[in-house]
Design a protein around this ligand. Structure first.
Ligand SMILES: Cc1cc2nc3c(=O)[nH]c(=O)nc-3n(C[C@H](O)[C@H](O)[C@H](O)COP(=O)(O)OP(=O)(O)OC[C@H]3O[C@@H](n4cnc5c(N)ncnc54)[C@H](O)[C@@H]3O)c2cc1C
Length: 189
């Protein structure tokens, strides 16, 4: 087995990858995170979580860092341009939070940094997987040097879907630049 064999590879260090890495690392699994970009994406996309997600953040040790940065809400009203209600929901106090995604991601990454069993490689793009009987080989391109290499064997985790890049697309940029507050319009109840 090669020296850099790990138990799990997390592809993508967005919020989902960061939570996956934290859960794996806290379970004592040797985990490698591979992220193509060099830093947290500067614009928010996700904006809301419920209490169940907050409990997951508590479980991975970042809840106390994240909670003060959130705005608790008691529900949402979606209205049209004439102010007419389209959809409305109300939730009990403490069950729903608005957050600013770049801030949340920084807290998640700080939590991952505290885990000795997790290695994070920024500017490393996964360009292929190969499934073998007892392991997965992951082909990675180091974007700083342009060199490719194969990592593995290891168990492969791939939390990012085909649309993963969309969040940093120019369309996303255009949509988020016109918003306010945490990057989004919402009606606080
Ligand atoms: C305009 C817009 C609005 C949105 N609004 C909401 C919303 O209101 N609520 C909500 O919950 N969600 C919303 N989303 C979705 C939001 O992007 C996700 O909820 C959240 O960012 C998903 O987290 P993620 O970690 O799965 O993916 P991402 O945040 O997209 O992170 C994926 C990461 O994987 C990396 N990556 C991708 N491919 C590779 C590869 N081959 N090798 C290495 N790294 C790779 C990317 O660089 C990226 O950093 C919105 C998205 C967009 C674009």
């Amino acid at each position: 087995m090669p020296d850099d064999a790990v138990d799990a590879v997390v592809v993508g260090y967005g919020p989902v990858g960061a939570v996956a890495a934290a859960l794996l690392g806290r379970a004592g699994l040797r985990t490698t995170v591979l992220e193509a970009t060099s830093s947290v994406y500067h614009l928010p996309r996700a904006a809301h979580m419920d209490a169940e997600i907050m409990r997951v953040l508590d479980e991975i040790g970042v809840g106390d860092d994240v909670r003060p940065t959130c705005a608790p809400i008691s529900g949402m009203h979606f209205i049209n341009a004439d102010g007419e209600a389209l959809v409305r929901f109300d939730v009990p106090s403490g069950a729903s939070f608005m957050f600013y995604q770049p801030e949340l991601e920084r807290a998640l990454r700080a939590g991952v940094d505290r885990l000795p069993s997790v290695d994070v490689h920024l500017e490393h793009e996964v360009v292929g997987f190969e499934q073998h009987a007892d392991h997965v080989e992951v082909t990675v391109r180091d974007l700083a040097t342009g060199r490719s290499r194969v990592r593995g064997p290891g168990t492969c985790w791939a939390p990012t879907g085909p649309g993963a890049w969309c969040a940093s697309s120019s369309a996303s940029h255009a949509r988020t630049c016109s918003s306010t507050s945490h990057g989004w319009w919402w009606t606080r109840c």
